[in-house]
Design a protein around this ligand. Structure first.
Ligand code: PHB
Length: 388
């Protein structure tokens, strides 16, 4: 064969192999922080994905599920956007997934819209996220969905005057507004509303302000992880508990993954949330087992791992229903009607908003044996985002 013919034959063969590979795989691009201060978000999601795939296999409708991880390094919209573009254009993914932080999800939404790629949100919890593209379905929570019940509980428990402290970006502002609306409805008052920077907040001066304001309680939303450890440390060190100021919060503050490291400082803290590792159900027992098996040394899974696990269940359901041929609009038609028995309890996607409907639990940090857990003691079933 002449060189040109040889080259053409080789090129044709390569193309055939590539096409066969492409036809045999479903690609899921996972965009999250895998490094920097929010690195645990990516690790938890990856852990949840691995748990799901170890439990249910890596092949659906005859297609291999391929996961491509992309590191945003943190709440950096430009990086998230570039990674999404690469995943769509170069890797030709069938699904975009992940999104621990709201700014990542907001930046990628226009790309999902333009490319008609189903975008599976596994955490990002600002209410408006799902309104930014018709191709988004959320498998985590929204801040208003979990914050309003905290205020309902506060009113019922005679907590009247509250200082709020939230991270100064989408989820924090949502939490502050939803908590306040519900508290005021029940006759309570937010006496001071404090917002702290998302990146590297210094809590000490704010904690002093809370102490000086002498409220019945402080309501807190900070993104899960290091910040919750820092807040609780300051709360104890400055003697707010002794001053009679309770902590009430969304469960991000007592996130299961960092709770063991926070130690006894958190005992008694009341939170509202969609997932606790201590949730008693066969589905959660199976999840905890497969998470541990698939992630040796990975510690306790948290709500982001569960969001990712459920997001994978949804992706598998779409692949099954569409028999392995993923079309954006058809995928959304399936996603809009998904109902799952999640490790957290029953969940459903509201077809009108593509947002999640689920049980929100009231929990108290307690010891079970020598271990610290969020123990559920009350619940709000079928909770929607109150603004939706
Ligand atoms: C978000 O950025 O949407 C976010 C991050 C961490 C949380 C909750 C929400 O714990």
């Amino acid at each position: 064969m002449k060189n040109v013919a040889k080259f053409a034959a080789l090129a044709a063969l390569t193309l055939t192999v590539q096409m066969a590979w492409a036809q045999d795989t479903i690609k899921v691009g996972v965009i999250a922080a895998f490094s920097g201060p929010f690195a645990d978000y990516g690790k938890q999601m990856e852990g949840g994905i691995k748990a799901y795939m170890s439990q249910y296999g890596d092949t659906v409708a005859g297609k291999k599920i391929q996961i491509i991880l992309k590191d945003t390094t943190g709440p950096s919209p430009e990086i998230a956007k570039r990674l999404a573009q690469e995943l769509v254009v170069r890797d030709k993914v069938d699904f975009l997934a992940g999104f621990g932080l709201t700014p990542e999800a907001m930046a990628v939404a226009p790309i999902a819209q333009q490319a008609k790629k189903p975008m599976i949100v596994m955490n990002a919890a600002t209410s408006a996220v799902t309104t930014k593209s018709d191709y988004i379905a959320r498998f985590s929570m929204t801040l208003p969905q979990i914050s309003a019940p905290m205020a309902t509980w506060a009113v019922k428990n005679k907590i009247k005057n509250v200082v709020t402290l939230v991270a100064d970006y989408g989820p924090g502002i949502d939490a502050e507004a939803a908590f306040k609306a519900e508290l005021v409805k029940g006759g309570g008052t937010v006496t001071e509303a404090i917002r702290v920077p998302l990146r590297n907040p210094e809590f000490a001066p704010f904690i002093q302000r809370i102490k000086d304001a002498k409220p019945d309680a402080v309501f807190v939303f900070v993104p899960a992880g290091e910040q919750s450890i820092a807040f609780m440390k300051g709360y104890r060190e400055r003697g707010l508990a002794e001053a009679g100021i309770k902590v009430i919060a969304t469960g991000d503050l007592t996130d299961d993954h960092v709770l063991p490291a926070m130690g006894d400082a958190t005992l008694g803290v009341i939170t509202t949330f969609h997932y606790s590792a201590a949730h008693k159900s066969p589905e959660n027992a199976a999840f905890l087992k497969s998470f541990a098996a698939a992630n040796p040394g990975g510690g306790r899974p948290n709500f982001m791992a569960v969001g990712a696990y459920d997001g994978m269940a949804a992706i598998y359901e779409v692949v099954r229903k569409l028999n392995g041929k993923i079309d954006g609009d058809q995928a959304m038609a399936v996603l809009k009607n998904i109902k799952l028995n999640s490790p957290r309890g029953p969940i459903a996607i509201d077809p009108a908003t593509r947002d999640i409907v689920q049980t929100v639990y009231v929990r108290k940090v307690e010891k079970i044996g020598n271990e610290i857990y969020n123990v559920e003691f009350d619940q709000f079933t079928n909770m929607k985002d109150p603004g939706k």
